[in-house]
Design a protein around this ligand. Structure first.
Ligand code: ADP
Ligand code: MG
Length: 398
């Protein structure tokens, strides 16, 4: 179902509530990656350019006690936002009350205000995270229209997304949310074929629903990473000390039958004797993994097999690194596949969903090689599972 976006409404002179995802990583009070701020700029700038009054808010980290409040204030983010916008951002250090209400009342067209971390409300009975009805209603009362642009939180039912939407006449998607809906949602709904899904990461148990959903939609499902070993075991191979989920072997067998040839696992791996960056690296055929070794990356023949499918693809969706890419020695498989996908950029839609997969590609300096790298870890995973995300569902239909 197509969703209304900010382009579909008039914001001039309106108090526009904008839920962004400014949950940025902080180290000693310094922002170490401001990608989420940068990604939110188009929506905020649009509202300001159109003469709207922007009321921006987000969660940041977890807030369980008073000490968390000091660590997770959004003030430093407001400062950075102001630098990006090249205009003042009025920071209101509370999440409710007269100070906030007065600041909102005084806000003029083209001005921007940001209030404190929505999860400060979690200190009082998890009001934000559990979507307490009173809180969404209160925040909704501060604005005329609601723009949800927080994809990273779209898989959660919070007061600051669905709670507000339920209490305000107009809810639309911002540009970032729109992009995620178009690329992930649009692709899953109507992929150009051949559609190749690539799945990796640590565990089968984390990805069961993703595998099941993509098996339904994709033409080929390439599986690597730690979770491949549960499948290899299901096929009768010995996997040595590789990551193995014994209780998921039966499920892997069922998935292989259900897949009817759609799943491709390759036939070799790089192994090491220990889960260690410096462990000696060997290449092993999957029918010859020694009992004292573990698979830490896909092997060169597997890369070649995977590449054959990727080169013909018109759509690629990738979730999960294909090896322990954090160890440079075992990052080769993940990097080769990233390069191979980057190589088809002009002929295919290529999408990465998943926090670690996105981090790997950014670490390799290959982010420009993809059509879309999702900004949501957990949210993109649930989207790939085929779930309805509450933060998207609450946006008005076109
Ligand atoms: P994403 O965040 O992209 O969804 P996951 O969280 O599922 O990905 O998995 C990422 C982790 O999987 C990485 O930390 C990586 O080291 C690990 N991993 C990949 N291959 C293996 C392997 N063969 N053995 C152990 N861990 C692996
Ligand atoms: Mg992860």
């Amino acid at each position: 179902m197509a969703k209304k976006t900010i382009r579909d409404i008039q914001v001039k002179g309106k108090k526009v509530l904008i839920r962004v995802d400014f949950n940025v990583p902080l180290k000693n009070g310094v922002i170490t990656d401001e990608n989420r701020i940068v990604e939110a700029l188009p929506t905020i700038k649009y509202v300001l350019d159109q003469g709207g009054r922007a009321i921006v808010f987000s969660h940041l980290g977890r807030v369980k006690d008073e000490a968390d409040k000091a660590k997770n204030s959004l003030e430093v983010v407001a400062k950075r936002l102001s630098e990006h916008l090249k205009k003042p951002v009025i920071f209101v250090p509370v999440t409710r009350g007269k100070v906030l209400e007065d600041a909102v009342a005084q806000l003029k067209n083209g001005e921007v205000l940001m209030f404190e971390n929505t999860r400060f409300e979690d200190l009082d009975g998890n009001k934000e995270s559990k979507n307490h009805p009173e809180l969404g209603k209160y925040w909704a009362s501060l604005g005329d229209v609601f723009v949800n642009d927080a994809f990273g939180t779209a898989h959660r039912d919070a007061a600051s997304n669905v709670g507000i939407a339920a209490n305000i006449p107009v809810t639309v998607a911002g540009f970032l949310l729109e992009k995620e809906i178009n690329f992930i949602g649009g692709t899953l709904e109507n992929p150009k074929r051949p559609f190749v899904a690539i799945l990796g990461g640590a565990k089968v148990s984390d990805k069961i629903e993703v595998i099941q959903n993509l098996l339904k939609i994709a033409d080929k499902v390439l599986i690597g990473g730690g979770m491949a070993f549960t499948f290899f075991k299901a096929m009768g191979y010995e996997v040595g000390k590789s990551l193995l989920e014994v209780d998921k072997v039966e499920l892997a067998k069922e998935l292989l039958i259900q897949a009817n040839g759609k799943i491709e696992l390759g036939d070799d791996v790089y192994t090491g004797k220990a889960f260690d960056a410096e462990t000696e690296k060997n290449v092993r055929h999957i029918n010859a993994i020694p009992h004292d070794e573990m698979g830490l990356d896909i092997g060169p023949r597997t890369v070649a097999i995977f590449e054959k499918y990727i080169q013909e693809a018109k759509t690629v969706v990738w979730n999960g690194p294909l090896g322990v890419f954090e160890f440079p020695r075992f990052s080769e498989g993940t990097k080769s596949i990233a390069l191979s996908i980057a190589g088809i950029k002009n002929q295919a839609t290529t999408i990465i969903g998943g926090g670690d997969s996105a981090a790997a590609v950014i670490q390799f300096g290959l982010s420009d090689g993809f059509t879309h790298i999702s900004t949501g870890g957990g949210a993109s995973l649930e989207y790939l599972e085929g779930k309805v995300l509450p933060g998207i569902q609450c946006v008005d239909d076109k």
